[in-house]
Write a protein that binds this ligand. Structure first.
Ligand SMILES: Nc1nc2c(ncn2[C@@H]2O[C@H](COP(=O)(O)OP(=O)(O)OP(=O)(O)O)[C@@H](O)[C@H]2O)c(=O)[nH]1
Length: 186
């Protein structure tokens, strides 16, 4: 069974709740053990440091509040750190999934961060970009999570293909094994 660890980082509000959610999901007939970590944005005892959270996760959902520029700056600093910490690590860029999400779209009249700024940041750091309102469109939130799991599943399939010998090579190996042995016994 594959494993996928997602960290929800950034913090768009003032909430203090922290949770770890575990679930086994099936994507295209493939079982994935999903672990979701949603730390509170406030510092608290026993909470792993941001660097540890970044090393732990395979996928990141970075949330900022479109009505709060400082939350966008935080998201920018985190995405920077993720790319920095993973530079030269075993996880290749394409294996690392980062979704940048601008929340509170329903408060558009109080907007401090333009849609284009989010798009630009996402393009710069090879992230997928979304803008939504968690309060009004929970379906979009569900879609984001299923997209992330699907992407991870696709890239793990691609990794497997890279590891597996190509069809012709394994066929050659098989022929060699069968006929090689026979030749010895003649
Ligand atoms: N108008 C509006 N308010 C929202 C939306 N999403 C969250 N909020 C409000 O923002 C506040 C904080 O929400 P939380 O979900 O606790 O935020 P959080 O990101 O978990 O906060 P941290 O725990 O600090 O990371 C609450 O008062 C929510 O009701 C949204 O899409 N629209």
């Amino acid at each position: 069974m594959d494993e996928m660890k997602i960290a929800v980082l950034g913090g768009d509000g003032v909430g203090k709740s922290e949770c770890i959610y575990r679930k086994c999901v099936s994507v295209d007939g493939r079982q994935i053990n999903l672990e979701l970590y949603d730390p509170c944005s406030q510092a608290c005892e026993g909470k792993p440091a941001l660097n540890d959270q970044i090393h732990w996760a395979d996928g990141f959902i970075l949330v900022y509040d479109i009505t709060d520029r400082s939350s966008f700056r935080t998201a920018k600093a985190i995405v920077h750190l993720i790319r920095e910490l993973h530079r030269g690590s075993a996880k290749r860029d394409i294996d690392l999934h980062i979704f940048l999400v601008g929340n509170k779209q329903d408060l558009c009249h109080m907007r401090e961060v333009q849609h284009e700024e989010g798009q630009r940041l996402a393009a710069e750091f090879h992230c997928q970009f979304y803008e939504l309102s968690v309060a009004e469109h929970y379906q979009e939130v569900a879609l984001i999570f299923s997209k992330m799991v699907q992407n991870a599943s696709l890239s793990s399939k691609a990794r497997e293909r890279r590891r597996r010998p190509s069809g012709s090579k394994s066929m050659a190996k098989l022929i060699n094994n069968v006929f090689g042995k026979r030749r010895k016994s003649v």
